[in-house]
Design a protein around this ligand. Sequence first.
Ligand code: ARG
Length: 573
Amino acid sequence: MNPFVDDIVEILSTAAQLPATDVAELLAIPPDDSLGDYALPCFTLAKVLRKNPAQIAQDIADAAGPAIDGSTRLAAVQAAGPYVNVRLEKAAFIGWVLAAIGEQGESFGSQNQGAGRTVTIDFSSPNLARPFSIAHLRSTAIGHAIYRIHEFLGYRCVGINHYGDYGANFGQLLAAYQMWGDEQKVAADPVPELLALYVRFNDEVEKDPDLREESRSRLRRLADGDEEMVSLWRFFVDAGRKEAERIYGILGVHFDEYKGEGDFADDFDSVIGLFHEKGLAEESDGALIVRLKDEEGEEGAPCMLRTSNGTSTYHSRDIAALLYRKREHAFDKMVYVTDNRQALHFRQVFQTLSLAGIEWIDRCEHAPFGMMSFKGQALSTRKGRMVILEDVLDQAINLTREIIAEKNPDLKDADDVARQIGISAVVYADVSNRRTRDISFSLEEVLNFDGETGPYLQYTHARYCSILRRYGTAVDGEADPSRLGEPAEMRVARALGSFPGVLARAERENEPSYVATFLIDLATQANKLYNEVPVLIAEDPAVKAARIRLVDAVRGVLRTGMTLLGMSCPEEM
Ligand code: ARG
């Protein structure tokens, strides 16, 4: 992916007589680049090789010397304490990076490794009885980024919205609507009215637990196909879907398939057939279950296929949906994006199908994420405990508008730019942390233009666009890269050259945060470059042309990376 890094790995692993993968994993960037461009720390090797790290480093450097001397890509190798430092041939390296970006253009970073393969991604999948809350933004933003990364790498992607249109929440909504709903008001503006009804039910049921029966009885009628219940339910689901699609429009998210849980509630007979056939289905207190083992190999929580009331379960609906997806889309990889509280659920679904002899189940992955909480200023919500996504977006946009009015009052299309910055800031906050980590969210922090934030990336991109605008003439794609080689230029080139590897890892681990970390590093190096070396005021025109070529490469890769994360890239801000 990066022939320079590949060479380092090959030469050092041969010299150390270690597997290339071990060396690749250890290879790092030295904090001080007067030492070298890449470094191999030898601490962990001490255990395997039974020597002290400094001695190991010296031995590897000595053994690698001749190969480095004969290399056109690597300039020097040297041990420094417990590290082996390697220096690149600067002109060759920067030349390679710029040529690769020049040739591949906007697809730089992709090795087309997904060609001929299909990935299905189940993400967002909100529960339609409730408003679109900030909790569902995580699945939406992370899932969307995973989708785009795969698409960029050449996969055929099928984004699936497995929305929740089934279960207890709908019973509550049916009951609340029939007891307190104002038909006309709801028809005129369903989303806030239904939210108010939903919240009211949940408040009142605490005082009067008998209300639960109001909800249960309606749910039974719905399951029995009672016309009144079915038509009301359909109305709620339609309103919820419209609202979700409106939100997706704001976020620029698209799905290839909308199929809710309800679509798989009836065909669970075929699911049950599969498990009966294999002798795996067992009656237990009237319910039908498959016995499973837990992680320690002990008897674990079983997978329930049918409740004692004879209805389908979240498990059996998911199993039916998965069998359908395999038939319909013939996926090579299937990714579920939900919070980590559903880890057990997916483990059970996968294990159940594995017991039934489904071999392709090992292509299915759960990509869980941590919870988001709030700190700092309270986010006002229209009602109670739920933080409504649109309220958060609106506040982010308003705050951005204030910042723009202060920093750049003459900006054209300021409203539009404020929207792009505000929304991207919230999206970036969702995708930038390691997926499984819990995150705490504060609008002030995510909008800090100087922090590791979305606006910081957008600002750097706009700054680079502005350099090119001020340059005024077309970028010379042939400008001589051997005129470059300043430390700041090498750092930028090194960051750019790592992009293909970062994307490959992000795909393998379903981890968009790798792209986010990469972008912050690239932006930081890019800002330093502009502060440390003259670009527009470079005296030598050949140096200036080569620097501009580098500036253009940075601008393009920043844009690609931000787009993959679902952010927008205004050219002025
Ligand atoms: N509707 C569920 C929720 O809101 C998420 C569904 C995830 N997808 C699935 N196939 N189970 O938590």
